[in-house]
Design a protein around this ligand. Structure first.
Ligand code: GYE
Length: 280
């Protein structure tokens, strides 16, 4: 689905090998029904711990109750669920997506501080119903609420993919009389938007400013090249912490209910400075 997902998967697989953990890995191809099938299969195999990244927030209580009845601890990684019963999982390891959206909105607000001219923003949302899509929208909207000239004039899901971002941006370029800023919920959609903007004869990063989230290699390259203006990092390297948490829950040790990933932000100068050392 994205550069982020590839890096996250690699981190989990490499960390399992390094930790001597026997990892059974299932790629659900972005489908909830496949995730549920895989969880049921892991329950039948009587694994020690189940960890997964819920593709959407809703619809998990039944299968998580089955894991609980089988006395198999569950770790939510990357994304969370909307279950009101938090005994259905031992811990949630992942980013604070509302904070990520707020960082994006705060940067934009600073860029236009003191201006009163209208600024038209189009938003490329992540997968419909996914925690990062819901929360990044909430954080961004909250952050720009104090600047009435900053307006989201169009918002649509590009499903976190490059092709989705390109298709939606092509439609926005046709339907919107004026676009000043793109807010993309991930780098892959921002990179798709760049293709559409350039095909329309406009200069990304100049004619249309772009803010994105993730800071994967291709996104950071576009930022260093001036095609993106600001990226909020979403760290995919959850593997080491996941293996540590898995060993603790297997051993019956107490773990925090929430483990928040550490991450930062990058402007164009910042990207140039770190590009060579980025791991993903
Ligand atoms: O930002 C995006 C991927 O769940 C935080 O999923 C993750 C998001 C990430 O599609 O690139």
């Amino acid at each position: 689905e994205s550069g982020w997902r590839t890096a996250n998967t690699k981190s989990v697989q490499e960390s399992a090998a390094a930790a001597g953990v026997d990892l059974k890995f299932s790629d659900a191809q972005q489908k909830q029904e496949n995730q549920i099938k895989a969880i049921r299969s892991f329950i039948q195999q009587r694994v020690d711990v189940i960890a997964f990244s819920p593709v959407v927030e809703t619809g998990w209580d039944t299968v998580l109750q089955e894991a609980k009845r089988a006395k198999i601890p569950v770790i939510l990684t990357d994304r969370s669920v909307d279950s009101t019963d938090d005994t259905l999982y031992d811990t949630f390891l992942g980013s604070d997506f509302i904070a990520e959206g707020k960082k994006a909105g705060d940067w934009l607000t600073q860029q236009y501080a003191g201006n009163t001219a209208p600024v038209s923003i189009v938003e490329l949302q992540g997968t419909t119903g996914a925690a990062p899509a819901i929360d990044r929208k909430e954080g961004f909207t909250e952050a720009i609420a104090g600047s009435p000239n900053l307006k989201i004039v169009a918002s649509q899901t590009g499903d976190f993919t490059r092709s989705g971002g390109k298709q939606v941006m092509e439609a926005f370029l046709k339907s919107q009389p004026q676009i000043d800023v793109v807010y993309a919920h991930n780098d892959d959609m921002a990179l798709g938007a760049i293709e559409a903007i350039e095909a329309a004869g406009k200069v990304p990063g100049q004619d249309i400013k772009i803010i994105s989230v993730d800071a994967v290699k291709d996104g950071m390259q576009a930022l260093a090249d001036g095609k993106i203006n600001f990226i909020v990092e979403c760290n995919p390297l959850l593997g080491p912490q996941l293996m540590d948490l898995a060993k603790k829950v297997k051993a019956g040790e107490e773990v925090p209910k929430r483990v928040v990933t550490e991450e930062t932000t990058f402007d164009q100068a910042g990207a140039k400075a770190v590009l060579a050392e980025r791991q993903y």
